[in-house]
Design a protein around this ligand. Structure first.
Ligand code: BGC
Length: 374
């Protein structure tokens, strides 16, 4: 028979062991029962953003921070200047500072395996923000836009700008050949391939039947991708294409996956002194909004990043309280280790016709900002 006194002693000792093991280690994650409701109130959340060179990421960082702070969390937002080692270090130091959840917009979607393994060991939950993190089992959720559809919208708006499709997306039956060039985003960003594939799904049938002609013949992703989404690299490539393939030829359209690249492309066109082709974009950045209102850039894809920020913060709040965040896609985003449960938001094609309605009337930017371009 074990005496009552002994039982009490065993219970006390195991309670002590439990609390010691909860204190063990230098980092405090969600493990060890820390995710019961209210258990993580006021906890630190690390937010890793890729760069400040594009204004959308600055807006993203601000949105996520204010939303999480309104929920009572402490927030550490870091920008990595498009440098992978900087982002790796920033994430390590967030973990060392006791972050209990991470929201990460990666630079290179394959370069964070070690940092995420550390997070996983500590029970820190990881939300991939806008860009999928590949090759790691420690990505818990993904919030993004429907990236394939963004590409479809880019291809569609190029065809609309060229008069091949009408406003409703119907073929106009227009004959003749339009000369175009293709650009894609950074190969280390998982989204870039989705955008390109989506766009090519609508452009390729027209390339195949000769309505569209890619004069340079550069149609593979690897030939048209722009490392780190750099505006100056896109400008240099457009200059090379114009010099090499367009003497005496008209350039009618350019598929561009991001406003920064679009502005580089338009700079090259401007210095060559040729007529403006139809140029697409993405992100509704202020300088491009102005170019669209001025009739220089044809279109952009508006992604209301406030929604992304809200969902990311809600996902964090759910996991911090031991709940399952809401997702609406459980099959598309396979990171080569697992299919990451995702929440996809919708994007909108924006041209001169609906820019004010979509970007200004929704309160994203003011009329003054889009008219000034800053
Ligand atoms: C984002 C785009 C953005 C691009 C360049 C992508 O991952 O989804 O919205 O245009 O990065 O910053």
């Amino acid at each position: 028979m074990i005496s009552k006194k002994l039982l009490v002693g065993i219970a006390a000792a195991s309670a002590l062991m439990l609390s010691l093991s909860a204190c063990g280690g230098t980092r405090a994650g969600l493990g060890g029962g820390g995710n019961e409701p209210g258990g993580n109130a006021g906890a630190l959340v690390g937010v890793a953003m890729p760069t400040k060179t594009s204004e959308r990421w600055i807006d993203d960082g601000n949105n996520v921070k204010s939303k999480l702070e309104a929920m009572g969390y402490k927030v550490d937002v870091q920008y990595a200047n498009d440098k992978v080692p900087d982002q790796q270090q920033q994430i390590e130091s967030m973990l060392n500072n006791g972050a209990k959840a991470l929201i990460i917009a990666s630079i290179d979607g394959t370069a964070l395996t070690q940092q995420l393994a550390d997070a996983g060991k500590d029970g820190v939950k990881v939300i991939a923000y806008d860009r999928l993190i590949n090759g790691s089992p420690n990505v818990d959720y993904y919030v993004t836009f429907d990236n394939e559809k963004v590409g479809v919208q880019q291809g569609t708006s190029l065809l609309q700008g060229l008069g091949i499709l009408d406003a409703a997306g119907k073929d106009t039956g227009k004959s003749g050949t339009k000369n175009i060039e293709l650009f894609a985003g950074s190969p280390d960003d998982n989204n870039a391939q989705f955008f390109f594939n989506g766009a090519m799904s609508v452009l390729k049938p027209y390339i195949d039947k000769g309505t569209l002609k890619v004069v340079s013949k550069q149609t593979n992703f690897s030939q048209v991708a722009i490392q780190q989404w750099k505006q100056e690299t896109a400008q240099a490539r457009m200059e090379t294409l114009l010099n090499g393939f367009y003497s005496g030829k008209q350039l009618d359209g350019v598929l561009s996956p991001y406003d920064g690249l679009s502005r580089g492309i338009l700079n090259a066109v401007k210095s060559a002194g040729i007529d403006n082709p139809v140029v697409t974009g993405q992100d509704a950045e202020k300088p491009s909004d102005k170019l669209i209102l001025d009739g220089v850039q044809y279109s952009t894809i508006f992604k209301d990043t406030r929604k992304l920020g809200d969902t990311a913060a809600e996902m964090v709040d759910a996991v911090m309280n031991g709940k399952e965040p809401e997702v609406n896609d459980t099959k598309t985003y396979d990171n080569k280790v697992k299919v990451v449960p995702s929440y996809l938001h919708e994007s909108v094609i924006v041209t001169k016709d609906n820019l004010i309605k979509e970007v200004v009337d929704t309160g994203y930017y003011t009329k003054e900002e889009v008219e000034k371009g800053e």
